[in-house]
Design a protein around this ligand. Structure first.
Ligand SMILES: [Zn+2]
Length: 183
């Protein structure tokens, strides 16, 4: 993970896990492992992901990526998108309670059903919070088409177009070659 660039946004981590990026050709076992990793990291109750749920997550992944692309391109979601988001936000399948474990207080989440709906709810909530409470002009998708890393541009000038210097250099070289071909 390119940790330094990434802030703790569940929705970014979900997309950057690249679980469903076809070019990666990840097998289902690796996908499940990756998903379980960040379920764990974000203290979301683990659930056994079966193949049907994996395909639901695939649909979610593509939809959320599309939403983020709309935000970065022109800052607008359609009414249809908004309705779909709000429907999911209204359907919380989990209850939270504060408990004490030894000296520490922790929030325990109990989910009804398989846990998948709660996970979808968390991802969509994270997306909504990210665009509502952070500067939406700073949300970026790396311009290297082979990379498409999602990140939050913390630079003063708000002009960061690539996730890191490697991608930036790669694109610079490509632009230079293109220009040379034209001349
Ligand atoms: Zn990149």
């Amino acid at each position: 993970m390119k940790g330094a660039i990434n802030m703790d946004f569940l929705v970014f981590d979900f997309l950057n896990s690249q679980c469903f990026n076809e070019k990666n050709n990840m097998d289902d076992a690796t996908r499940k492992e990756k998903i379980n990793d960040f379920l764990n990291y974000y203290h979301i109750t683990l659930f056994d992901i079966n193949s049907k749920q994996l395909s639901e997550l695939y649909v979610l992944y593509n939809w959320i990526f599309e939403l983020l692309e709309k935000i970065t391109l022109h800052g607008n979601l359609t009414k249809e998108d908004m309705d779909k988001i709000n429907l999911i936000l209204q359907k919380e399948k989990a209850t939270r309670q504060l408990i004490k474990k030894g000296k520490d207080y922790i929030i325990e989440t109990k989910t009804k059903g398989s846990g998948l709906e709660h996970f979808i709810h968390e991802i969509v909530t994270s997306f909504a919070v990210t665009i509502a409470e952070y500067d939406q002009d700073r949300i970026r998708i790396c311009e290297n088409p082979q990379c498409k890393w999602v990140f939050y541009d913390k630079s003063k000038s708000k002009t960061k177009r690539h996730c890191d210097s490697r991608c930036a250099n790669l694109m610079k070289v490509r632009r230079y070659r293109k220009k040379q071909l034209k001349d």
